[in-house]
Each structure stands twice: as C-alpha cells, then as structure tokens.
Ligand binder design. Structure first.
Ligand code: SF4
Ligand code: ZN
Length: 758
C-alpha cells in the first residue's frame, strides 16, 4: 500500500466531507430541513447512501446523519514516520468521499444545479432533461442514470452483450485521443460514463467538440464536468446490486462484493490526479473497481485478497505505439486486461466502426445519403433455410443498381435475402435468425435499421458512404455475424441484395408467403400443442434465484426470448441458459401447473420458489429479475389489474411510478398481485387466464395502447368485447384509484361485473 496514495486520499476525503458539511449547513439555513431531496426517476432514494447505510433520504435534514457517518469514517493523515499499511484507512476515506459526493449532488439538485447545463449539448436517447427545444443553445448533461435505463441495460449486462462499464474521469491528451478511447470502448460495447476535468477541460468537452454523439443510445453517458459527478457511476453500481442481485439496502459489504465479483467495471483517470480524484478512486476500490491512470502515480498492486491491481499507472507518452491513436488503443486494452472484462467482438469486414454501441445511432434526414423503406420506398428482409449444396458460403451478390449515382437523400427499394444452411438448422429457426438482421445491420456506425420483414427501413449516412460503405457490406455484416453468433446451427451463409425492381417483386412475393406460413405456425403453436417448455436462467448472473419459464403462449418477461428463441438457443448451446422442461403430468391446466414445471421451478430457483402458476398473478406468480417490459399489478378496488410500461414515467393509480413498482416486482421473489411480463404476453390467450384474462385490464400506459393498437384490438375481439381498449383507462385520463373507479363506471368496464379477484 502506498503511503503517498493514502495521504492524498485521506486529505481529499477530509476536504470533501468538510465541503459537504458547509454546503449542507448553508442549504439548511436557506431552505429548511424539510426541503425534499431526490434524484429524478429512481426508487432508490440517493442510491449509494441508501445501499450503504439504508437511510431513505427524502429531506435535507436527513443528510446530516449521512455526513456524520462520513465524518466518522475519516482518519487522520498518516504521520511521516509511520510505515504501517493504510489500506483500511484509505478505503474508509474512499467511502466517506462517496457519501459526501452524493450529498453534494443531492444539494445541487435542490438548487437546480444538477444535471449540469452545458451549451450546445444534445443527448441521444431517452434522458428526461436533455433540452433540444427552444433555440437549442443550452442543454443538460445526463446526471444520474434513471432506474428505467438501468433495467433496460440489465438484459444486455446479463447476456454479455454489454460486458461492463468504464468510468472515465478527466480529459485526454488531445481531442483525437478522447475520441479514440471512446470508440475503442464502444467497439467492445462497454458502457462509458464521463465526468471530471483537468484545469477546467473535460473529456465531455473534447467529445462534444468532435461531434461524438453522447447519451444513453450510444452507451456514452456524460455525468458532469467535475469529479464529484463520478458518484453517479457508483450509484449505478449500487443499484445493480439492489436491482439484480436481490441484495437489501444496508448490506454494504454484500453490495461491494457483488460488484467486485459480477460487475466488470474500471475507472480510467485521464490527466493529472488531484487529492479529490485520489479520494474518489479509493471509493471505487471499495467496489473492487481498479483505477488506471494515464499519468505517473504510485501503484497499488495485488495483495492476498485481490487478484488484480487496484491502482495502475500507465503514463500515456510511455505506452508503446506508433502514434497517440495506437497508444490510446493500448491503454483501453490494458484496462480491460486488468479488470478481466470479458469482451467478444465480432470481426466484421466493413469500412465503418462496428459494435452494439452503434445500435442506437440515429441517422437524421439531413445526414442521410440514401434510404430504403419508410414512407417513400419499400424494403424487406427474408431469411430462409436451403439445402447445403444450394449455398456458397460467404457469397454476397448485389442484383440491380447501386445508390452512388443517385441524388443525395434518395429513397429506393431494396430486398435483403439471406440463405443459410446447416446440419443443425431447422425451419423453425428461420424467424429467430431473421430477427437478428435488425441488430446485426444496426451495429454498423452510420447505418440505421428499423422494423423487420417487409416493413424494414434502413438509412445509410453521408459519413458511412464517404468511408466506403456500400450495399455489399450488408451481406458482409450478415455473413460474419451469423457465423459468429449462430455458428452452432449455421454452416453456410449467402446473401443477395436486390435493387432490381422485377427481382424485388419476385422475392417479395416469396417472402410474404413465408411470413404468412410462419404466422400460421405461430398461431398453431399453443401451450397445449407442445410437451416441452423452456427455462431461461440468463438473468441469474444478476438475479441469482430468478428463472423465466417460457412457453409458446408466454414469452420471457424481457420480451427478448420466446419459445422458438429458447428452442434455437438450446440447439446452439445445449448446456446454456435455455433448457427444455418436459411438462410431464398436468396438475392444474387452468392455473398452469405441471409436475415438470413445478420441479423445475424449485431447482431453477435454488429452492426459493416451490411452485409456479403459468397463468395466474394471484397464486404463485412467476418471479421477475428486473428486465420486464411491463408490470402488471392488482388494483383491488377495481377488481382488475393495471399494466404499466417501462417507458411510462407518469404516476399510476396505485400511487407509484414504474420505478417504484419495479422495486416490488423484481428481485426473484414471488409477490402475489405483482408481476413483471413481456408486453406480448398481454395479448396471449393465456394472459392471467386463471384470473379472468385480458378483460381484467382496467388501466394501461397509453404508450402500449398506441404501439400495440392492432394486436390489442385483436385480443379484445378474441375476448368477445371489441371495444374493450376504449374502456381501459390510461395516464392521460386517470391518475388515482378514485378517478379510475369513476372511469370504469362511466365506460361500463367488464371487470366491474366479473367475480371478485380474491
Ligand atoms: Fe432474463 Fe427471463 Fe429474459 Fe431470460 S427470458 S433473459 S431470464 S428476463
Ligand atoms: Zn432479467
């Protein structure tokens, strides 16, 4: 343990706790102890404080207790002659720093100083306060991550698409290096949090100047231009443990261990490291997150307890490499090695950067070179299985004219036909693979893909065109990715891109026949027509006791895995997270109990669940991890249930927002009356069929009503009440139980006449 680091961290912690105390005293005098304090859109109060101390901070006054605790953790500075190890003191100081930092940010929220405003910033993705309106001159940085975003990243964190996160603090040697570092992280799908500055200059400024898109959608989240805002990264880490790990607030040690063992994260300190940065680094080390600095600082090397370094110095100019860009690349590689982040990158031969971090990229009309589909043209994609000898692996053919001779912004027809062959391939897997086209194509920087089947819509940006991206590259991407991700069932892949009108006509006809055939197949695929369901335990890396049981009529609660997906996944990886569950003897077909599913529920949940009713919310409902698309919850007064979408941040009639409800639904516990579900389960004939089915829905987020209008209408007709959707209230009309009851009376909702739910 370095005495130098201990000294500086302890000094930094003392200073920050003192600063927090002064700020709090001032705020208490000016605003009063009862002034509400909160981070936006989270059910975890001030998350780090909540996790570490179990204090549910809701007012300024409560922060006094937090700072007292922080002060108790402080230690005197090491004396010059003292040579004992200081790790314990350093870690305590780190924790005190984190408590003080979160307190300071909370006070800044009270004064409207968070999230920080920054001229000209515009964030990509659903942050609630990015301000693109007005004359667009001043926007806000992200500030803390909201619960909804945390959970929607959850699934990617658990299935490995997102291997971990990097908290970058400071500023890079040059703008060019800043961009390179972020691109290297994006390429590996590592979530990147940005904060801090060196002499007033932050990596956020550097990236902004270079036009790098920041925000949730590009995995690059700017917290603030000071070091204190890095606290949001640790608030995120704390909530990961609470949300996915089933750990309770106040179990500080477990939260820290959870992060050390399961969350692959590291801190990259760019530029000079001051006392506060040392203190914050000591905070990160508590979580097991190593700190890598690109300057000369003393190191903390592995001790008996840890297998990797805590603090590593990698002076930028001493890194081997032909130029700064190569040095930046090496620096990122080193960070990944130290923390042991598991990274999988597909090697995709295209002239633009490639990785999931680009999936969310938007190509605006002004940046668009050409588009296929959308309002002004037609685009379809079709994947089919053919005999081995009908496919030449790696063959990519473009049939018809290219787009380079067209005027910028043109819109033309295109069809993408993928033909695959493989000994383990089955025609049931065609739709599973075809759906991947969306993700695969979207991974290319400068390409935007929306929709599927014959409503696909693809844009190529000017930037990508300038770098040489052409139609054949769609084929290259698909060939590489299908081999990479589905190598166990796909041996050969051949892609044809059609822009020739006659050929498009011909193939679109074939594709539509196949879509119809698949729709029929899905309709016939009911729970009673199969003898096997599938488990999904993918989320156990985060929610150790949760298992989804996936049946043809009930998909996984994240919406990402239906029965066919699980079947394909089992073929690809027979020892993987999707195992067949033989149903065996039925126990109660109305409620959805079989011997096989009950046995599996016990084993899969490690004994924490005894039985699962597939079709009931009231009796032994399925558990949830945290990735659910919607929450279904009993409203006893209304004799029905409400359905809240993850995208809905409004207040529900239950008096709670999605974020708060999510805390009740998740964590792998059975909670009768509350259930996390995939949104397509809502339209299944088996949707809480034991409790009365779809007619029980009395309230539903309007975003669901709008985005699934056709499907919901079909479900209403099937239930014999074609006008049901109009009878269901939403947040636009109803915000309380009283409003809800009045609405249901007025609209004569069927739930009022149904038998009591319990
Ligand atoms: Fe997680 Fe369930 Fe989705 Fe599997 S199906 S990834 S367990 S939420
Ligand atoms: Zn999950």
């Amino acid at each position: 343990m370095s005495r130098y680091i201990a000294t500086r961290a302890i000094r930094g912690a003392n200073a920050l706790v003192t600063e927090a105390e002064l700020m709090l005293n001032k705020a208490l005098a000016e605003k009063g102890p009862d002034t509400p304090v909160a981070f936006p859109n989270t059910a975890y109060y001030l998350p780090l404080i909540f996790g570490m101390t179990n204090i549910e901070v809701e007012t300024l006054g409560q922060l006094q207790g937090v700072l007292q605790h922080a002060r108790e953790l402080l230690h005197p500075m090491p004396a010059d002659q003292k040579w004992t190890p200081y790790l314990g003191e350093t870690l305590d100081s780190g924790m005190a720093t984190l408590l003080a930092a979160e307190t300071i940010e909370a006070i800044r929220f009270v004064y409207g100083l968070q999230p920080e405003s920054l001229p000209g910033i515009e964030l990509a993705g659903g942050t609630s306060y990015s301000n693109n309106g007005g004359n667009g001159m001043v926007g806000h940085l992200n500030g803390p991550i909201d619960d909804i975003q945390l959970r929607s990243w959850g699934i990617q964190l658990v299935d490995g698409r997102m291997p971990g996160f990097a908290a970058i603090v400071g500023a890079a040697k040059s703008n060019e290096v800043a961009v390179k570092i972020v691109r290297e992280l994006q390429r590996r799908n590592i979530l990147t949090f940005l904060s801090g500055n060196v002499n007033g200059r932050s990596i956020i400024h550097q990236l902004q100047e270079e036009g790098v898109e920041l925000g949730y959608d590009t995995y690059t989240v700017p917290f603030g231009t000071d070091t204190i805002s890095a606290i949001y990264a640790l608030g995120f880490a704390t909530r990961s443990a609470l949300t996915f790990g089933g750990i309770k607030a106040g179990q500080a040690r477990n939260i820290l261990l959870y992060n050390k063992e399961r969350v692959f994260a590291f801190v990259l300190a760019l530029g000079e490291v001051d006392d506060l940065k040392y203190a914050a680094a000591a905070g990160a080390i508590n979580f097991g997150f190593p700190v890598i600095a690109d300057t000369v600082i003393p190191e903390i090397l592995p001790t008996g307890v840890t297998t990797y370094e805590h603090v590593v110095s990698m002076p930028f100019n001493e890194i081997e490499g032909a130029d700064d860009l190569e040095r930046a690349e090496r620096l990122v590689q080193k960070c990944i090695e130290i923390r042991g982040v598991k990274v999988k990158i597909a090697n995709v031969p295209v002239p633009v950067p490639y990785g999931s971090a680009f999936e969310g990229e938007v190509v605006r009309r002004a940046d668009m070179r050409v588009e296929f589909g959308g309002k002004r043209s037609r685009c379809f994609e079709y994947l089919r299985m053919v005999d081995m000898d009908k496919v030449t692996d790696g063959k990519v053919e473009v049939v018809g004219p290219g787009f380079r001779d067209l005027a910028p912004g043109a819109s033309i027809d295109m069809g993408i036909v993928v033909e695959v062959a493989g000994r383990q391939m089955q025609s049931d897997f065609e739709p599973v693979l075809e759906r991947q086209i969306h993700y695969f194509v979207n991974g290319a920087s400068g390409i935007q893909h929306i929709g599927q089947r014959d409503i696909a819509w693809i844009r190529i940006s000017n930037g990508a065109t300038d770098k040489g991206f052409d139609l054949e590259h769609f084929g290259k991407i698909l060939h590489a990715r299908f081999h990479d991700d589905f190598g166990a069932i796909v041996d050969k892949v051949q892609v044809t891109i059609y822009t020739d009108p006659a050929k498009i006509e011909e193939w679109l006809g074939r594709a539509r026949e196949a879509y119809d055939f698949r729709n029929k197949r899905l309709e016939d695929l009911t729970d009673t027509n199969v003898d096997t369901f599938f488990s999904c335990t993918l989320c156990q890396s985060f929610a150790p006791d949760h298992v989804c049981i996936v049946s043809p009529e009930r998909l996984g609660l994240c919406g990402a895995y239906n029965w066919l997906d699980c079947k394909a996944s089992f073929s690809i990886n027979p020892t993987g997270p999707n195992q067949p569950i033989k149903l065996g003897k039925p126990v109660d077909l109305d409620k959805g109990y079989w011997e096989g599913t009950n046995d599996y529920a016990q084993i899969g949940s490690h004994g924490s669940v005894q039985e699962v009713a597939m079709y009931s919310i009231m009796e032994n409902p399925m558990t949830a991890c945290g990735c659910f698309e919607c929450i279904v919850m009993l409203i006893p007064e209304a004799n029905g249930v409400m359905v809240v979408s993850r995208e809905d941040t409004s207040m529900t009639p239950a008096g709670m927002t999605f974020s708060t409800l999510a805390g009740m639904a998740g964590g792998g516990l059975q909670t009768p009356g509350v259930m996390g579900v995939g949104k397509y389960y809502l339209i299944s004939p088996k949707f809480i069929s034991a409790d009365g089915g779809f007619k029980r829905v009395v309230w539903m987020s309007s975003v669901l009503k709008e985005s699934m209008a056709d499907e919901l209408r079909a479900a209403a007709e099937r239930e014999g009440d074609p006008d049901l959707i109009e009878k269901i209230a939403d947040e636009r009309s109803v915000g309380t139980v009283d409003d809800l009851l009045a609405w249901l009376e007025e609209h004569n909702h069927p739930a009022l006449a149904m038998e009591m739910m319990f």
